[in-house]
Design a protein around this ligand. Structure first.
Ligand code: AMP
Length: 215
């Protein structure tokens, strides 16, 4: 199964992607997580990406496409992958079509998570991320068991630099301008499945499972 998770920042893509990967044996490929790992390790890609990411701007297409090409060709993706945060532009979507064609693969579905703007700002402002594994929590509706500490590995939780209010607003604007046209792009290919991303995490996941069980 090759899936795309599409939706604005804060829609819950990362959280739901982890559930899907556990249940369906696909690998989550989160371009945001890969970039943050590069930033932490201080690689040339991480250094270049940092200024774009901290402002909430998109990292240039050519860098992202090169990165995702390398990731998707790894053996771990042979059972399929869940693309989380990629593609974010029409240029990236076209590059993905070429890449999948070269690999003899196809897209099964594009899951679109829909959440109102004000809810997104509220969620992102309260989001905490694990410094070690990248798991997301939310102080309001999905807090860790022990304050400030990841349930999975005990590492410290932090607020991402791009989860400041200014950067959040910028990311939402960019989503509307650059990424939301992909909903039409994939609807035209009859690939989109829209899901409401509001409500309890497990209820949203039930809706996703109902859809995926079709494939
Ligand atoms: P995310 O964790 O998906 O919210 O991504 C965090 C940041 O990484 C974004 O705000 C962008 O700066 C960068 N980024 C992640 N994925 C992409 C992508 N597909 N294209 C361009 N920039 C990206």
């Amino acid at each position: 199964m090759n899936l795309i998770f599409l939706g604005p920042p804060g829609a819950g893509k990362g959280t739901q992607a982890k559930n899907i990967c556990n249940d369906y044996g696909v690998v989550q490929l989160s371009t945001g997580d890969i970039l943050r790992a590069n930033k932490k390790e201080g690689t040339p890609l991480g250094k270049t990406a940092q200024e774009y990411m901290d402002r909430g701007d998109l990292v240039p297409d050519d860098l992202i496409i090169k990165m995702i090409r390398e990731e998707m060709k790894k053996p771990s993706c042979s059972n399929g992958c869940l693309l989380d945060g990629f593609p974010r532009t029409v240029v990236q979507a076209r590059a993905l079509e070429i890449l999948l064609g070269e690999m003899g693969k196809k897209l099964d579905s594009v899951l679109v998570l829909d959440v109102p703007d004000e809810e997104l700002v509220r969620r992102l402002s309260a989001r905490l991320t694990c410094k070690s594994c990248g798991r997301s929590y939310n102080n309001i509706f999905n807090p860790p068991k022990v304050e400030g500490v990841c349930d999975d590995d005990g590492a410290e939780l932090y607020q991402r630099e791009d989860d400041s209010e200014k950067s959040i607003r910028n990311r939402l604007e960019i989503y509307k301008k650059m990424t939301s046209p992909l909903i039409d792009f994939y609807s035209n290919q009859d690939l989109c499945d829209e899901i409401s991303g509001s409500g309890q995490i497990n209820e949203i996941y039930s809706g996703i499972k109902n859809l995926l069980d079709k494939y």
